[in-house]
Design a protein around this ligand. Structure first.
Ligand SMILES: [Zn+2]
Ligand SMILES: [Zn+2]
Length: 294
């Protein structure tokens, strides 16, 4: 494989972006306007375990006449390995999917409350109220560890989210509580039943998991209906990109790229990794929802 093949396309779509509806700091309208200003071909909203940001993103896309892909990044785990699954263009009214999001969001909130409880024994400023002040859209927002991190920054205990993630809210910290999640195969089947396309996100990122998902597990997901692999992501280093591209080619899967933009919540600039027009076309093929092209 040539070095060029391991690099993101230089033009196309950034289809992995977070807004205030999960742990991003900006609104869906800002995602659309920044994507347009950068000359991207379109953007994809992919907040954690919710589609609550879609209506705002759709309105902004129409107003600014800019293409939009509606998606969600879904939490899952298998063998103690955390796996993020991107579901795109599915039917948001699908009951099976709605029930899965409900369970995950409740589990995430319970776990954040439990972690806050543990942290507050050592840092009394870190209360549930202090964490809630960091949540962008109230009930509509999927609560997670980044919001605890933001409360730690606001209280002056950590200097930024990254420091919080390598100390107090780290998965190795004594305050850490794991979040019960569906398996990636369950998520894949559920999104497929809801008419969507499924892409496994940053699955070669060693900074997220000590143990990466092995090829056999990825092949199980392919059997469950996986459509694509996010190869171009800053967490996937060249050796992993090569491995993932090899699997994608063997199984004729869609290859995607995304910045995992979180506004000011992460250093990843919008558009730093992209998905080509051709791959976006293949991804959307046969999905319940079309790409919005106002
Ligand atoms: Zn992720
Ligand atoms: Zn993400």
């Amino acid at each position: 494989m040539s070095d060029d093949e391991l690099k993101s396309p230089t033009s196309g779509w950034d289809i992995h972006c977070h807004t205030r509806f999960s742990d991003g700091t900006e609104s869906p309208a800002t995602l659309v306007s920044q994507g347009k200003a950068l000359g991207l071909h379109g953007v994809g909203i992919a907040d954690h375990d919710t589609w609550n940001g879609w209506p705002e993103a759709e309105a902004a896309a129409k107003e600014q006449r800019f293409p939009l892909i509606r998606g969600t990044e879904i939490t899952s785990s298998v063998d103690h390995t955390s796996v993020h699954v991107l579901g795109f263009l599915y039917d948001p009214a699908n009951e099976g999917l709605a029930a899965m999001f409900r369970r995950t969001r409740e589990a995430r909130e319970d776990r954040v409350r439990e972690m806050v409880e543990r942290i507050s024994r050592d840092y009394p400023q870190i209360t549930w109220e202090a964490v809630q002040r960091q949540i962008g859209e109230g009930n509509q927002t999927t609560v997670g560890r980044p919001h605890i991190a933001d409360a730690l920054v606001a209280a002056g205990i950590c200097s930024d989210r990254e420091e919080a993630f390598s100390t107090v809210v780290s998965s190795r910290s004594k305050y850490y509580v794991p979040v019960p999640s569906p398996t990636p195969a369950e998520v894949t089947q559920t999104v497929k039943k809801a008419g969507g396309a499924v892409v496994v996100a940053h699955v070669g990122d060693r900074s997220r998991n000590k143990r990466l998902l092995p090829d056999e597990r990825l092949e199980e997901l392919i059997d469950a209906g996986l459509d694509g692999i996010e190869v171009y992501h800053r967490g996937n280093l060249p050796d992993q990109r090569e491995r993932l591209l090899g699997i994608a080619r063997r199984h004729h899967l869609v290859v995607t790229g995304g910045s995992d933009w979180h506004g000011k919540g992460k250093p990843n600039p919008l558009g730093e990794n992209l998905t080509s027009d051709e791959m976006v076309r293949r991804l959307a093929e046969g999905c319940y929802l079309p790409i919005l092209r106002p």
